[in-house]
Design a protein around this ligand. Structure first.
Ligand code: MN
Length: 483
Protein backbone atom coordinates (compact mmCIF):
# COMPACT_ATOMS: atom_id res chain seq x y z
CA UNK A 1 0.00 0.00 0.00
CA UNK A 2 1.23 3.46 -0.82
CA UNK A 3 0.15 6.91 0.30
CA UNK A 4 -0.61 7.71 -3.35
CA UNK A 5 -3.05 4.82 -3.57
CA UNK A 6 -4.76 5.92 -0.38
CA UNK A 7 -5.08 9.50 -1.61
CA UNK A 8 -6.48 8.38 -4.91
CA UNK A 9 -9.13 6.24 -3.23
CA UNK A 10 -10.06 8.93 -0.71
CA UNK A 11 -10.43 11.67 -3.32
CA UNK A 12 -12.32 9.39 -5.72
CA UNK A 13 -14.91 8.82 -3.04
CA UNK A 14 -14.91 12.34 -1.67
CA UNK A 15 -13.37 15.10 -3.82
CA UNK A 16 -13.61 17.64 -0.97
CA UNK A 17 -11.00 15.88 1.12
CA UNK A 18 -8.01 18.00 2.14
CA UNK A 19 -5.13 15.93 0.79
CA UNK A 20 -2.53 17.89 2.75
CA UNK A 21 -4.02 16.67 6.06
CA UNK A 22 -3.70 13.07 4.90
CA UNK A 23 -0.09 13.56 3.88
CA UNK A 24 0.60 15.28 7.19
CA UNK A 25 -0.88 12.33 9.10
CA UNK A 26 1.16 9.90 7.00
CA UNK A 27 4.42 11.68 7.76
CA UNK A 28 3.50 12.01 11.43
CA UNK A 29 2.69 8.31 11.83
CA UNK A 30 5.73 7.24 9.81
CA UNK A 31 8.04 9.26 12.03
CA UNK A 32 6.32 8.12 15.25
CA UNK A 33 6.41 4.40 14.39
CA UNK A 34 10.00 4.77 13.19
CA UNK A 35 11.53 1.41 12.37
CA UNK A 36 8.79 -0.65 14.03
CA UNK A 37 7.61 -3.53 11.93
CA UNK A 38 4.66 -5.90 11.84
CA UNK A 39 4.92 -9.61 12.65
CA UNK A 40 4.86 -10.19 8.90
CA UNK A 41 8.07 -8.17 8.61
CA UNK A 42 6.41 -5.26 6.82
CA UNK A 43 7.09 -1.72 8.04
CA UNK A 44 4.44 -0.70 10.57
CA UNK A 45 3.18 2.19 8.42
CA UNK A 46 1.74 -0.41 6.00
CA UNK A 47 -0.87 -1.30 8.61
CA UNK A 48 -1.75 2.39 9.14
CA UNK A 49 -2.24 2.90 5.40
CA UNK A 50 -4.31 -0.25 4.98
CA UNK A 51 -6.59 0.73 7.84
CA UNK A 52 -7.10 4.17 6.30
CA UNK A 53 -7.64 2.63 2.87
CA UNK A 54 -10.37 0.35 4.21
CA UNK A 55 -11.97 3.44 5.73
CA UNK A 56 -11.83 5.33 2.44
CA UNK A 57 -13.53 2.36 0.80
CA UNK A 58 -16.49 2.61 3.11
CA UNK A 59 -16.57 6.35 2.43
CA UNK A 60 -15.38 7.60 5.77
CA UNK A 61 -14.96 11.35 6.19
CA UNK A 62 -11.63 13.13 6.36
CA UNK A 63 -11.17 13.16 10.16
CA UNK A 64 -11.88 9.44 10.30
CA UNK A 65 -9.31 8.66 7.61
CA UNK A 66 -6.70 10.83 9.35
CA UNK A 67 -7.49 9.15 12.67
CA UNK A 68 -7.24 5.78 10.89
CA UNK A 69 -3.67 6.55 9.88
CA UNK A 70 -2.82 7.63 13.44
CA UNK A 71 -4.82 4.96 15.30
CA UNK A 72 -1.86 3.03 16.80
CA UNK A 73 0.37 6.01 17.55
CA UNK A 74 -0.48 6.61 21.26
CA UNK A 75 -0.54 2.88 22.02
CA UNK A 76 2.67 1.86 20.33
CA UNK A 77 4.91 4.94 20.30
CA UNK A 78 6.13 7.61 22.70
CA UNK A 79 3.96 10.18 20.98
CA UNK A 80 0.90 11.29 22.99
CA UNK A 81 -2.75 12.19 22.36
CA UNK A 82 -1.88 15.79 23.31
CA UNK A 83 0.64 16.02 20.49
CA UNK A 84 -1.94 14.62 18.09
CA UNK A 85 -4.43 17.21 19.28
CA UNK A 86 -1.95 20.05 18.77
CA UNK A 87 -1.17 18.89 15.25
CA UNK A 88 -4.56 17.65 14.00
CA UNK A 89 -7.16 19.29 16.23
CA UNK A 90 -9.58 17.97 18.81
CA UNK A 91 -11.90 16.01 16.53
CA UNK A 92 -9.14 13.73 15.23
CA UNK A 93 -7.62 13.48 18.72
CA UNK A 94 -10.94 12.38 20.17
CA UNK A 95 -11.29 9.60 17.60
CA UNK A 96 -7.75 8.36 18.20
CA UNK A 97 -8.30 8.47 21.97
CA UNK A 98 -11.50 6.43 21.49
CA UNK A 99 -9.60 3.74 19.58
CA UNK A 100 -6.82 3.65 22.13
CA UNK A 101 -9.34 3.12 24.91
CA UNK A 102 -10.92 0.23 23.01
CA UNK A 103 -7.58 -1.51 22.71
CA UNK A 104 -6.88 -1.62 26.42
CA UNK A 105 -8.53 -4.79 27.64
CA UNK A 106 -7.07 -6.19 30.79
CA UNK A 107 -9.08 -9.38 31.33
CA UNK A 108 -8.93 -12.85 29.82
CA UNK A 109 -11.56 -15.47 29.02
CA UNK A 110 -15.20 -14.66 29.55
CA UNK A 111 -14.39 -11.42 31.35
CA UNK A 112 -12.43 -10.31 28.34
CA UNK A 113 -15.41 -11.01 26.13
CA UNK A 114 -17.69 -8.99 28.36
CA UNK A 115 -15.39 -6.06 28.70
CA UNK A 116 -14.76 -6.03 24.99
CA UNK A 117 -18.43 -6.02 24.13
CA UNK A 118 -19.17 -3.31 26.63
CA UNK A 119 -16.42 -1.08 25.28
CA UNK A 120 -17.50 -1.60 21.71
CA UNK A 121 -21.04 -0.56 22.49
CA UNK A 122 -19.99 2.43 24.48
CA UNK A 123 -17.84 3.52 21.56
CA UNK A 124 -20.83 3.18 19.22
CA UNK A 125 -22.76 5.51 21.46
CA UNK A 126 -19.88 7.93 21.88
CA UNK A 127 -19.04 8.34 18.18
CA UNK A 128 -19.86 5.67 15.57
CA UNK A 129 -16.74 6.60 13.67
CA UNK A 130 -14.57 5.01 16.38
CA UNK A 131 -16.15 1.65 15.59
CA UNK A 132 -15.57 2.11 11.87
CA UNK A 133 -11.88 2.64 12.53
CA UNK A 134 -11.78 -0.40 14.80
CA UNK A 135 -13.47 -2.55 12.14
CA UNK A 136 -11.06 -1.41 9.44
CA UNK A 137 -8.09 -1.96 11.74
CA UNK A 138 -9.37 -5.45 12.54
CA UNK A 139 -9.97 -6.25 8.89
CA UNK A 140 -6.33 -5.60 8.05
CA UNK A 141 -5.20 -7.61 11.08
CA UNK A 142 -7.33 -10.48 9.83
CA UNK A 143 -5.83 -10.27 6.38
CA UNK A 144 -2.36 -10.60 7.88
CA UNK A 145 -3.17 -13.39 10.36
CA UNK A 146 -0.82 -15.77 8.59
CA UNK A 147 2.10 -14.14 10.32
CA UNK A 148 0.78 -15.06 13.78
CA UNK A 149 0.98 -18.35 15.73
CA UNK A 150 -2.07 -20.58 15.49
CA UNK A 151 -3.44 -19.96 18.98
CA UNK A 152 -3.44 -16.23 18.36
CA UNK A 153 -5.06 -16.68 14.96
CA UNK A 154 -7.87 -18.57 16.63
CA UNK A 155 -8.34 -16.11 19.42
CA UNK A 156 -8.59 -13.15 17.05
CA UNK A 157 -10.86 -14.97 14.60
CA UNK A 158 -13.17 -16.13 17.38
CA UNK A 159 -13.37 -12.70 18.92
CA UNK A 160 -14.20 -11.22 15.53
CA UNK A 161 -16.98 -13.71 14.88
CA UNK A 162 -18.47 -13.26 18.33
CA UNK A 163 -18.23 -9.52 18.70
CA UNK A 164 -17.18 -7.55 15.65
CA UNK A 165 -19.21 -9.26 12.93
CA UNK A 166 -22.56 -9.12 14.77
CA UNK A 167 -22.05 -5.44 15.56
CA UNK A 168 -21.17 -4.73 11.93
CA UNK A 169 -24.42 -6.49 11.03
CA UNK A 170 -26.41 -4.44 13.52
CA UNK A 171 -24.96 -1.34 11.97
CA UNK A 172 -25.80 -2.55 8.48
CA UNK A 173 -22.21 -2.55 7.19
CA UNK A 174 -22.54 -5.80 5.29
CA UNK A 175 -19.44 -5.25 3.27
CA UNK A 176 -17.27 -5.40 6.38
CA UNK A 177 -19.30 -8.11 8.05
CA UNK A 178 -18.92 -10.52 5.12
CA UNK A 179 -15.26 -9.89 4.65
CA UNK A 180 -14.53 -10.43 8.33
CA UNK A 181 -16.67 -13.56 8.56
CA UNK A 182 -15.15 -15.31 5.58
CA UNK A 183 -11.60 -14.76 6.84
CA UNK A 184 -12.51 -16.02 10.33
CA UNK A 185 -14.25 -19.02 8.85
CA UNK A 186 -11.10 -19.92 6.95
CA UNK A 187 -8.97 -19.89 10.12
CA UNK A 188 -11.42 -21.53 12.49
CA UNK A 189 -12.75 -24.27 10.19
CA UNK A 190 -10.12 -24.71 7.48
CA UNK A 191 -11.44 -28.04 6.15
CA UNK A 192 -15.04 -26.95 5.88
CA UNK A 193 -13.92 -23.72 4.31
CA UNK A 194 -11.90 -25.50 1.64
CA UNK A 195 -14.73 -27.87 0.82
CA UNK A 196 -17.29 -25.12 0.34
CA UNK A 197 -14.86 -22.93 -1.50
CA UNK A 198 -14.12 -25.74 -3.94
CA UNK A 199 -17.79 -26.50 -4.58
CA UNK A 200 -18.59 -22.87 -4.91
CA UNK A 201 -15.71 -21.54 -6.94
CA UNK A 202 -14.94 -24.51 -9.14
CA UNK A 203 -17.54 -27.24 -9.29
CA UNK A 204 -20.67 -25.11 -9.52
CA UNK A 205 -19.45 -21.96 -11.14
CA UNK A 206 -20.22 -22.73 -14.79
CA UNK A 207 -23.64 -24.09 -13.94
CA UNK A 208 -24.44 -21.01 -11.90
CA UNK A 209 -23.33 -18.57 -14.58
CA UNK A 210 -25.39 -20.36 -17.18
CA UNK A 211 -28.48 -20.19 -15.01
CA UNK A 212 -27.89 -16.53 -14.26
CA UNK A 213 -27.68 -15.68 -17.94
CA UNK A 214 -30.86 -17.57 -18.67
CA UNK A 215 -32.81 -15.58 -16.07
CA UNK A 216 -31.20 -12.32 -17.05
CA UNK A 217 -31.98 -12.69 -20.75
CA UNK A 218 -35.58 -13.53 -20.09
CA UNK A 219 -36.02 -10.54 -17.80
CA UNK A 220 -34.27 -8.21 -20.22
CA UNK A 221 -36.76 -9.04 -22.96
CA UNK A 222 -39.65 -7.87 -20.81
CA UNK A 223 -37.90 -4.87 -19.34
CA UNK A 224 -36.97 -3.49 -22.71
CA UNK A 225 -40.65 -3.02 -23.40
CA UNK A 226 -41.34 -1.50 -20.00
CA UNK A 227 -38.55 1.06 -20.65
CA UNK A 228 -37.09 0.97 -17.15
CA UNK A 229 -33.47 1.85 -16.48
CA UNK A 230 -31.87 -0.93 -14.43
CA UNK A 231 -28.75 -2.89 -13.60
CA UNK A 232 -28.85 -6.59 -12.90
CA UNK A 233 -26.08 -8.50 -11.17
CA UNK A 234 -25.70 -11.79 -9.37
CA UNK A 235 -25.19 -11.38 -5.67
CA UNK A 236 -23.36 -14.39 -4.30
CA UNK A 237 -23.71 -15.44 -0.74
CA UNK A 238 -20.47 -15.43 1.13
CA UNK A 239 -19.05 -18.76 2.16
CA UNK A 240 -19.60 -18.39 5.88
CA UNK A 241 -23.30 -17.75 5.49
CA UNK A 242 -23.69 -20.78 3.23
CA UNK A 243 -21.98 -22.88 5.85
CA UNK A 244 -24.14 -21.43 8.63
CA UNK A 245 -27.22 -22.28 6.65
CA UNK A 246 -25.99 -25.83 6.09
CA UNK A 247 -25.45 -26.18 9.83
CA UNK A 248 -28.70 -24.61 10.85
CA UNK A 249 -30.86 -26.59 8.51
CA UNK A 250 -28.66 -29.65 8.46
CA UNK A 251 -28.38 -29.60 4.68
CA UNK A 252 -25.76 -30.43 2.10
CA UNK A 253 -24.34 -27.77 -0.15
CA UNK A 254 -26.45 -28.91 -3.11
CA UNK A 255 -29.58 -28.48 -1.07
CA UNK A 256 -28.98 -24.82 -0.38
CA UNK A 257 -30.76 -23.31 -3.33
CA UNK A 258 -30.24 -19.67 -2.55
CA UNK A 259 -26.45 -19.57 -2.73
CA UNK A 260 -26.98 -16.61 -4.97
CA UNK A 261 -29.61 -14.00 -5.57
CA UNK A 262 -30.20 -11.68 -8.49
CA UNK A 263 -29.93 -8.06 -7.63
CA UNK A 264 -31.78 -5.46 -9.68
CA UNK A 265 -30.84 -1.85 -8.99
CA UNK A 266 -33.03 0.97 -10.34
CA UNK A 267 -33.29 4.76 -10.10
CA UNK A 268 -36.33 5.21 -7.89
CA UNK A 269 -38.79 3.45 -5.62
CA UNK A 270 -41.57 3.47 -8.18
CA UNK A 271 -39.39 1.45 -10.53
CA UNK A 272 -38.69 -1.09 -7.76
CA UNK A 273 -42.35 -2.01 -7.64
CA UNK A 274 -42.65 -1.93 -11.44
CA UNK A 275 -39.78 -4.41 -11.74
CA UNK A 276 -41.38 -6.58 -9.08
CA UNK A 277 -44.56 -6.64 -11.15
CA UNK A 278 -42.65 -7.65 -14.27
CA UNK A 279 -40.80 -10.44 -12.43
CA UNK A 280 -44.03 -11.82 -10.98
CA UNK A 281 -45.68 -11.75 -14.39
CA UNK A 282 -42.91 -13.90 -15.86
CA UNK A 283 -42.41 -16.39 -13.00
CA UNK A 284 -44.64 -17.61 -10.23
CA UNK A 285 -43.68 -16.14 -6.85
CA UNK A 286 -43.50 -18.16 -3.64
CA UNK A 287 -45.80 -15.96 -1.63
CA UNK A 288 -44.43 -16.50 1.86
CA UNK A 289 -40.99 -15.50 0.63
CA UNK A 290 -42.00 -12.02 -0.46
CA UNK A 291 -40.71 -9.27 1.84
CA UNK A 292 -41.31 -5.56 1.44
CA UNK A 293 -38.42 -4.00 3.34
CA UNK A 294 -39.04 -0.71 1.56
CA UNK A 295 -42.41 -0.14 3.24
CA UNK A 296 -41.13 -1.70 6.47
CA UNK A 297 -37.32 -1.47 6.69
CA UNK A 298 -35.31 -3.84 8.88
CA UNK A 299 -34.23 -2.52 12.30
CA UNK A 300 -30.75 -1.68 11.02
CA UNK A 301 -32.32 0.41 8.26
CA UNK A 302 -31.98 -2.14 5.45
CA UNK A 303 -34.40 -1.47 2.60
CA UNK A 304 -35.16 -3.59 -0.46
CA UNK A 305 -37.86 -5.78 -2.01
CA UNK A 306 -37.15 -9.50 -1.73
CA UNK A 307 -39.03 -12.09 -3.70
CA UNK A 308 -38.38 -15.71 -4.54
CA UNK A 309 -39.86 -17.10 -7.71
CA UNK A 310 -39.96 -20.49 -9.40
CA UNK A 311 -37.44 -19.77 -12.15
CA UNK A 312 -36.19 -21.70 -15.18
CA UNK A 313 -35.90 -25.47 -14.69
CA UNK A 314 -38.22 -25.16 -11.67
CA UNK A 315 -35.42 -23.65 -9.56
CA UNK A 316 -36.33 -21.31 -6.72
CA UNK A 317 -34.56 -18.02 -7.40
CA UNK A 318 -34.33 -14.99 -5.17
CA UNK A 319 -34.51 -11.40 -6.43
CA UNK A 320 -33.55 -8.30 -4.48
CA UNK A 321 -34.85 -5.08 -5.93
CA UNK A 322 -33.60 -1.72 -4.69
CA UNK A 323 -32.56 1.79 -5.66
CA UNK A 324 -28.92 2.89 -5.99
CA UNK A 325 -29.23 4.74 -2.72
CA UNK A 326 -30.54 1.67 -0.89
CA UNK A 327 -27.79 -0.41 -2.41
CA UNK A 328 -25.11 1.96 -1.12
CA UNK A 329 -26.70 1.93 2.31
CA UNK A 330 -26.61 -1.84 2.46
CA UNK A 331 -22.90 -1.87 1.70
CA UNK A 332 -21.75 0.97 3.88
CA UNK A 333 -24.39 1.14 6.61
CA UNK A 334 -24.55 4.38 8.49
CA UNK A 335 -21.42 5.44 6.69
CA UNK A 336 -23.43 6.02 3.55
CA UNK A 337 -24.88 9.06 5.27
CA UNK A 338 -21.82 10.62 6.83
CA UNK A 339 -24.21 13.41 7.63
CA UNK A 340 -22.21 14.31 10.71
CA UNK A 341 -19.32 15.14 8.41
CA UNK A 342 -18.67 18.68 9.53
CA UNK A 343 -18.87 17.95 13.22
CA UNK A 344 -22.62 17.76 12.92
CA UNK A 345 -23.44 14.53 14.71
CA UNK A 346 -27.12 15.14 14.41
CA UNK A 347 -27.87 12.09 12.30
CA UNK A 348 -30.74 9.87 13.21
CA UNK A 349 -29.43 7.20 15.55
CA UNK A 350 -31.16 3.85 15.13
CA UNK A 351 -33.39 2.85 18.05
CA UNK A 352 -30.97 0.25 19.35
CA UNK A 353 -28.23 2.83 19.85
CA UNK A 354 -30.57 4.88 21.99
CA UNK A 355 -31.42 1.77 23.96
CA UNK A 356 -27.75 1.13 24.70
CA UNK A 357 -27.61 4.56 26.27
CA UNK A 358 -30.39 3.64 28.68
CA UNK A 359 -28.86 0.30 29.57
CA UNK A 360 -25.51 1.96 30.15
CA UNK A 361 -27.00 4.44 32.60
CA UNK A 362 -28.39 1.59 34.67
CA UNK A 363 -25.51 -0.85 34.74
CA UNK A 364 -22.05 -0.11 35.96
CA UNK A 365 -21.57 -3.84 36.42
CA UNK A 366 -20.08 -5.29 33.22
CA UNK A 367 -21.66 -8.70 33.45
CA UNK A 368 -25.12 -7.26 33.79
CA UNK A 369 -24.52 -4.73 31.05
CA UNK A 370 -23.53 -7.42 28.59
CA UNK A 371 -26.49 -9.56 29.57
CA UNK A 372 -28.84 -6.65 29.01
CA UNK A 373 -27.24 -5.82 25.69
CA UNK A 374 -27.57 -9.39 24.54
CA UNK A 375 -31.20 -9.72 25.46
CA UNK A 376 -32.20 -6.23 24.43
CA UNK A 377 -30.10 -5.53 21.38
CA UNK A 378 -28.82 -8.75 19.86
CA UNK A 379 -32.12 -10.54 19.77
CA UNK A 380 -34.35 -10.11 16.79
CA UNK A 381 -36.56 -7.11 16.57
CA UNK A 382 -40.12 -6.81 15.28
CA UNK A 383 -42.12 -3.96 13.85
CA UNK A 384 -45.68 -3.27 14.89
CA UNK A 385 -48.03 -0.48 13.92
CA UNK A 386 -50.26 1.97 15.72
CA UNK A 387 -53.73 2.49 14.20
CA UNK A 388 -52.32 5.71 12.73
CA UNK A 389 -49.63 3.56 11.09
CA UNK A 390 -46.73 4.81 13.15
CA UNK A 391 -44.08 2.10 13.12
CA UNK A 392 -42.82 0.97 16.50
CA UNK A 393 -39.70 -1.17 16.71
CA UNK A 394 -39.58 -3.69 19.57
CA UNK A 395 -37.60 -6.77 20.65
CA UNK A 396 -39.13 -10.11 19.68
CA UNK A 397 -41.84 -11.41 22.04
CA UNK A 398 -42.74 -7.93 23.20
CA UNK A 399 -46.25 -7.35 24.49
CA UNK A 400 -48.86 -4.59 24.18
CA UNK A 401 -47.47 -3.13 27.43
CA UNK A 402 -44.04 -2.74 25.81
CA UNK A 403 -45.76 -1.15 22.86
CA UNK A 404 -47.74 1.24 25.09
CA UNK A 405 -44.62 2.44 26.92
CA UNK A 406 -42.75 2.80 23.65
CA UNK A 407 -45.39 5.32 22.59
CA UNK A 408 -45.73 7.28 25.82
CA UNK A 409 -45.32 6.72 29.56
CA UNK A 410 -48.88 7.89 30.17
CA UNK A 411 -50.29 5.40 27.71
CA UNK A 412 -48.37 2.65 29.46
CA UNK A 413 -49.44 3.75 32.92
CA UNK A 414 -53.09 3.95 31.96
CA UNK A 415 -53.30 0.87 29.73
CA UNK A 416 -56.15 -1.46 30.58
CA UNK A 417 -56.43 -3.63 27.51
CA UNK A 418 -55.36 -4.01 23.89
CA UNK A 419 -56.72 -4.54 20.43
CA UNK A 420 -54.38 -6.57 18.28
CA UNK A 421 -55.45 -6.49 14.66
CA UNK A 422 -58.83 -5.25 15.90
CA UNK A 423 -59.28 -8.20 18.24
CA UNK A 424 -59.48 -7.77 22.00
CA UNK A 425 -56.36 -9.36 23.45
CA UNK A 426 -54.66 -9.61 26.85
CA UNK A 427 -51.90 -7.13 27.66
CA UNK A 428 -49.50 -10.04 28.00
CA UNK A 429 -50.02 -11.37 24.47
CA UNK A 430 -46.86 -11.81 22.39
CA UNK A 431 -46.81 -9.40 19.45
CA UNK A 432 -45.83 -10.47 15.97
CA UNK A 433 -44.19 -8.58 13.16
CA UNK A 434 -46.74 -6.43 11.35
CA UNK A 435 -49.42 -6.49 14.06
CA UNK A 436 -51.60 -3.39 14.37
CA UNK A 437 -51.90 -2.56 18.05
CA UNK A 438 -54.28 -0.22 19.77
CA UNK A 439 -54.11 0.37 23.52
CA UNK A 440 -57.34 0.77 25.46
CA UNK A 441 -56.91 3.43 28.09
CA UNK A 442 -58.65 3.77 31.41
CA UNK A 443 -58.53 7.49 32.12
CA UNK A 444 -58.89 7.22 35.89
CA UNK A 445 -56.34 4.52 36.27
CA UNK A 446 -53.66 5.46 38.81
CA UNK A 447 -50.73 3.53 37.39
CA UNK A 448 -49.33 0.31 36.02
CA UNK A 449 -49.80 -3.17 37.40
CA UNK A 450 -46.65 -4.53 39.08
CA UNK A 451 -47.46 -7.97 37.66
CA UNK A 452 -46.69 -6.66 34.18
CA UNK A 453 -43.06 -6.98 35.20
CA UNK A 454 -43.46 -10.73 34.73
CA UNK A 455 -43.95 -10.46 31.00
CA UNK A 456 -42.68 -7.14 29.63
CA UNK A 457 -39.62 -7.42 27.42
CA UNK A 458 -38.18 -3.94 26.97
CA UNK A 459 -35.87 -2.28 29.38
CA UNK A 460 -37.84 0.90 28.94
CA UNK A 461 -41.19 -0.55 30.05
CA UNK A 462 -39.59 -2.34 33.01
CA UNK A 463 -38.01 0.87 34.24
CA UNK A 464 -41.23 2.83 33.98
CA UNK A 465 -43.24 0.21 35.83
CA UNK A 466 -40.62 -0.12 38.56
CA UNK A 467 -40.35 3.62 38.85
CA UNK A 468 -44.04 3.89 39.47
CA UNK A 469 -44.04 1.02 41.94
CA UNK A 470 -41.27 2.60 43.97
CA UNK A 471 -43.17 5.82 44.44
CA UNK A 472 -46.28 3.88 45.41
CA UNK A 473 -45.94 1.93 48.66
CA UNK A 474 -49.29 0.30 47.93
CA UNK A 475 -47.68 -1.75 45.19
CA UNK A 476 -45.05 -3.12 47.50
CA UNK A 477 -47.65 -4.13 50.03
CA UNK A 478 -49.81 -5.76 47.39
CA UNK A 479 -46.83 -7.72 46.12
CA UNK A 480 -45.93 -8.88 49.62
CA UNK A 481 -49.40 -10.25 50.16
CA UNK A 482 -49.34 -12.07 46.87
CA UNK A 483 -46.41 -14.14 48.03
MN1 MN B 1 -4.00 -1.33 14.51
Amino acid sequence: MTIERLIKKATDVNPDIDVSEIIKAYNFAKKAHGDQSRKSGEPYIEHCLHTAFNLAQIRADQSTIVAGILHDVPEDTSCTIEEIEQTFGSEVAKLVAGITKLGKIKYRGIERYRENLRKMFLAVVDDVRIIYIKFCDRLHNLKTLDALPENKQHRIAKETLEIYAPIAGLMGIWRLKWQMEDICFKYLYPNEYKKIEYKYEIEKKAERNQFFNKVKNRLEEELKEAKIDYEITARFKHLYSIWQKMQRKDRKFDEIYDVFALRVVVNNIEDCYKILGVIHSIWKPISRRFKDYIAVPKPNGYRSLHTTIIGPDGKATEFQIKTHEMHDESLYGLASHWSYKSGNKDYDKPGWIKEILEIQKENQNTEKFVQEIKTNIFQDRIFVFSPKEDVIELPEKSTPVDFAYAIHTDIGNKASGALINEKISPLSQELKNGDIVEIIIEKNRKGPNAEWLDFVKTKHAKERIKQYSQTNPLYKIKKMFKK
